[in-house]
Design a protein. Structure first.
Ligand SMILES: Nc1nc2c(ncn2[C@@H]2O[C@H](COP(=O)(O)OP(=O)(O)OP(=O)(O)O)[C@@H](O)[C@H]2O)c(=O)[nH]1
Ligand SMILES: [Mg+2]
Length: 575
């Protein structure tokens, strides 16, 4: 009886049966069909080729060759956009213009002025919220601008307010002001100076002849300023020349401006905020023509323009990048561990520097997946139901001299609350690997300490009014410069807790591989020695953190042994 033809899928799954099912096909032809099927299913060729798979995963047993969340195919990943600092231009909304209009009815041809005032501009607020982990969205936007107020209209209709803007940032963001441009504040300052000058002149006037006094008063009023006044639309230039303008109304600020943080802004948003905080109040709208009615001028032909909004360049920076940072040599299995602990889809590959930028994953402590429920209260008393992990690119020897992916990533390590040193048990002496990692980390710490001492003044925020002549020392340091001034220099990073003072533990990965027990045993003994004081702390610092340093053996690829990590991290976060 002839054999029923199996589907191509059956064919591929049972490739050993191929010669029996397709006796007429040559082996090469059968392989080519199988290859085409796998390619159509987007399984990369390296995996189709059995020899390539063997070499890539030579150390993994057959269980690991099955693609899964922890042993994904090369294209099964997503890159999380990430930025830990950015420069953002914040612009409060400008006010709408006042309106020049007159009542006109059937029997009132030339009625009184009835132009409405312009609406005030939108405010800019900031709010630190849980759940945000990165500043990349703001880094991309670069400008946050409140809406402009609408212009006033006839029949004394005031303009609508501009739309408010809310900047949401992760908890732990520091906001520092680099530059500010506030034309109205400058005008108020100018006005105050003028007032005091006028008082002084009034005192002098008592001695002056009367004629001179009148000349001065005339000079103060009646000046047409294009940036301040709006005139009746149909007015021709000759009429404009004949028009007498009243003195400009004094510069005004919205009442909300009193709630703005004091300049220069320095905010440490280290708690979840229930309500937003005002950063920049919208500018005031212009005044309609009824404001300029005087006993002499019944039909004023002018209104004022809305004020421009204030502009600020702010540097936003994450103080704490994540609760836990995974520090390890390249290929140690950090990304696999992140996948095992969270729903992250960090890229995994059996080569060094698979990870090129930090991945931040969130570990939900009770997501009904069998993980133990860990109930801990944070410092603010709120129950913590998650923590974040940063998988940073691998460190290599001399990373502190900016080798490999270098200093940028040591900076991320500096910004985590707890450190987990990820050591590959199958890649040589675990104790040596741990010492190497600590050497790099503590060399970096020493270097940072020196830098900070030398540049104390530079670290302080200096408020530069209006234009700054400073040029950045390194053009590559210019991150997302806002458009209102290209000469902005990013501020120095804020110093955090020294790395050696942070709580840490060791995660010994690839414990599923054979002959790793001995290596783990040596590592355990070494850490025991450090705990008891028999061995010096690997950082070589006297005041380094060493309270029951633990080593957790895990097989990240099988998700074995990783369950104890959340509890351990939560305990260390309390330290
Ligand atoms: N047998 C075994 N293999 C593992 C384990 N964890 C990771 N691997 C393998 O080790 C290789 C490297 O894993 P990654 O997670 O990409 O390593 P990484 O530390 O993130 O590497 P970089 O990003 O380059 O620094 C991959 O082939 C993983 O499948 C484990 O627990 N057991
Ligand atoms: Mg990685």
């Amino acid at each position: 009886m002839p054999l029923a033809r199996p589907s191509i899928r059956q064919f591929c799954l049972g490739s050993t049966l191929t010669p029996f099912l397709y006796p007429s096909l040559s082996e090469a032809c059968a392989l080519s069909i199988a290859r085409r099927f796998l390619v159509s299913r987007r399984v990369p060729l390296a995996r189709c080729n059995s020899t390539a798979t063997e070499s890539a995963n030579s150390h993994s047993d057959s269980l690991h060759t099955q693609p899964s969340h922890l042993n994904p195919t090369p294209d099964n990943y997503t890159i999380t956009p990430f930025a830990d600092r950015c420069i953002l231009t914040v612009e409060a909304g400008a006010g709408g213009h006042g309106c020049v209009s007159f009542l006109r009815e059937k029997y009132i041809e030339e009625g009184p002025a009835n132009g409405g005032d312009g609406g005030s501009g939108g405010n800019v607020y900031i709010q630190a919220v849980r759940g945000e982990t990165s500043l990349h969205k703001l880094a991309r936007r670069r400008l946050m601008k409140g809406g402009r107020g609408k212009n006033g209209q006839g029949k004394v209709k005031g303009g609508e307010r501009g739309a408010d803007v809310l900047i949401t940032v992760p908890v732990g963001t520091i906001v520092r002001e680099i530059q500010r441009f506030d034309p109205i504040a400058d005008e108020i300052e100018e006005q105050n100076r003028f007032e005091s000058e006028r008082e002084r002149r009034q005192r002098m006037r008592r001695r002056k002849p009367k004629a001179e006094e009148n000349v001065e008063e005339e000079a103060e009023s009646g000046v047409y300023r294009k940036d301040k006044w709006l005139v009746f639309p149909g007015m021709v230039p000759s009429e404009l020349n004949r028009l007498t303008f009243p003195p400009l109304p004094p510069p005004r600020k919205s009442h909300l401006a009193a709630l703005q943080p004091q300049a220069p802004i320095w905010l440490d948003l280290d708690k979840h905020m229930e309500t937003p905080m005002l950063l920049a109040a919208g500018a005031m709208g212009g005044l309609g023509n009824p404001h300029f009615v005087t006993p002499n001028i019944y039909r004023p032909m002018m209104a004022t323009r809305g004020d421009p909004g204030m502009k600020m360049a702010l540097q936003l920076e994450l103080k704490i990048l994540a609760d836990l940072a995974l520090v390890g040599l390249p290929n140690a299995g950090k990304s696999t561990l992140l996948r095992a602990l969270s729903n992250s889809r960090a890229r995994i590959g059996n080569w060094a520097f698979t990870t090129l930028q930090p991945n931040v994953g969130t570990v939900v402590l009770d997501d009904h997946k069998g993980r133990p429920k860990v109930i801990k209260r944070g410092r603010d008393g709120a129950i913590r139901d998650n923590f974040t992990i940063a998988d940073v690119p691998g460190l290599i020897e001399d990373a502190h001299l900016d080798k490999g992916l270098g200093l940028g990533f040591l900076r991320h390590v500096e910004r985590a609350a707890v450190l987990a040193f990820v050591i590959d048990l199958s890649a040589g002496d675990a104790v040596q690997a741990l010492k190497l990692l600590w050497r790099e980390v503590s060399e970096y710490e020493t270097m940072r300490g020196k830098e900070q001492n030398a540049e104390t003044e530079r670290r302080m925020v200096t408020y530069r009014a209006k234009r700054s002549s400073a040029t950045p020392s390194d053009p590559s340091d210019m991150i997302d410069a806002p458009d209102f001034d290209t000469s902005l220099e990013p501020l120095e990073f804020i110093p955090t807790t020294p790395i050696s003072a942070k709580p840490w533990f060791v995660i010994a990965t690839k414990a599923d591989l054979s002959e790793t027990q001995e290596n783990y045993h040596r590592l355990h003994q070494y850490l025991d020695g450090v705990n008891k004081g028999g061995e010096p702390h690997p950082s070589g610092r006297a005041n380094a953190w060493k309270q029951n340093i633990q080593a957790v053996p895990v097989s990240a690829i099988k998700a074995e042994g990783v369950d104890v990590i959340p509890q351990l991290v939560m305990d260390l976060l309390e330290e």
